[in-house]
Design a protein around this ligand. Sequence first.
Ligand SMILES: Nc1ncnc2c1ncn2[C@@H]1O[C@H](COP(=O)(O)OP(=O)(O)O)[C@@H](O)[C@H]1O
Ligand SMILES: [Mg+2]
Length: 375
Amino acid sequence: MYVQRLELVDFRSYEAVAVDLSAGTSVLVGPNGVGKTNLLEALGYVATLDSHRVATDAPLVRAGAAAAVIRCLVVHDGRELLVELEIVPGKANRARLGRSPVRRARDVLGALRMVLFAPEDLELVRGDPAFRRGYLDDLLVARQPRYAGVRADYDRVVKQRNALLRTAYLSRKTGGTRGGDLSTLDVWDTHLARHGAELLAGRLDLVNALGPFVAKAYDAVAAGRGAAGIAYRSGVEVGAGDRATLEQALLEALAAGRSSEVDRGVTLTGPHRDDLTLTLGTLPAKGYASHGESWSYALALRLAAYDLLRADGIEPVLALDDVFAELDAGRRERLAELVGGASQLLVTCAVPDDVPAALRGARYEVSEGTIRRAD
Ligand SMILES: Nc1ncnc2c1ncn2[C@@H]1O[C@H](COP(=O)(O)OP(=O)(O)O)[C@@H](O)[C@H]1O
Ligand SMILES: [Mg+2]
């Protein structure tokens, strides 16, 4: 799979830009702050409907503009597919596939599969569990787009259940005698258990499939120093990991935790509270790994995602944002060997010499608001 053309209107720093790309390696060169990452971020948004840098859409729209448009032509198995997204902050995105409107923006998921590694990914190792859950869920959706619906259903249930608990909590706190109406909580428990079990089953499967790829990728990136292992950490007993068992386990955990949830006014059990534990040898990576190790681990997580998607039979686009400047010469060469065969590899850098000669494909120069092919 590769992106043949990218057009942006009022996205980030770009008023209007269009760039033709080709399969194989492209290196985007330009000094800091000219908009290299913005280009990759736009593609990442098409792939996940999310930015790897910000949690809300407002910063994605050019200052002073009302909406942003990302248009990208994806070639897969010799067929072209045009994906168009309009981002209007505070509103649902509008999307078109092959020039026809789709019902929901998430219907475009799967049209572009992309793995993006960026400096922000250090948070995968060092940051809150939410980053690791996001990593898992994005990969889950990239492999099986129907999980976008599962994820949305689950998020909606947690939100509504939390709203119910919160209202009761506040009413109690302000001296309400009835403590708010919690009579519908049981219904929300069954919804939460049903959607939660589906999401949980998907994540457990994914972590099983991903584990060997993470170990292999870390080994390749860090040249045999320590073994990387991943494990899913759930607040419920996952047993054999099948949906029926998980649904039951969630229901029981919700029943057992009911009084503390009512006390605190928030849902304390479910996949939205789980984590992915990352280990190096016998130690957790978080809190123990050095900067270099954490960085290698984050890269290994992305490379593993890439390898897993490839093993599924669809070669995703691979993008490496500002990666080579962080590496010494030996590691640069090793990484180049690992990624050189990608059907499309997009690399950004400030200093072209940082990118190994093996990866010198097409070169693009990015300067404020424009991008042009340099050779
Ligand atoms: N919504 C926005 N409107 C206008 N400019 C923006 C917006 N968001 C980011 N920028 C600008 O984009 C630039 C950063 O682009 P970026 O792609 O991160 O640069 P780099 O080439 O270093 O990767 C900054 O100058 C920033 O001010
Ligand atoms: Mg950048």
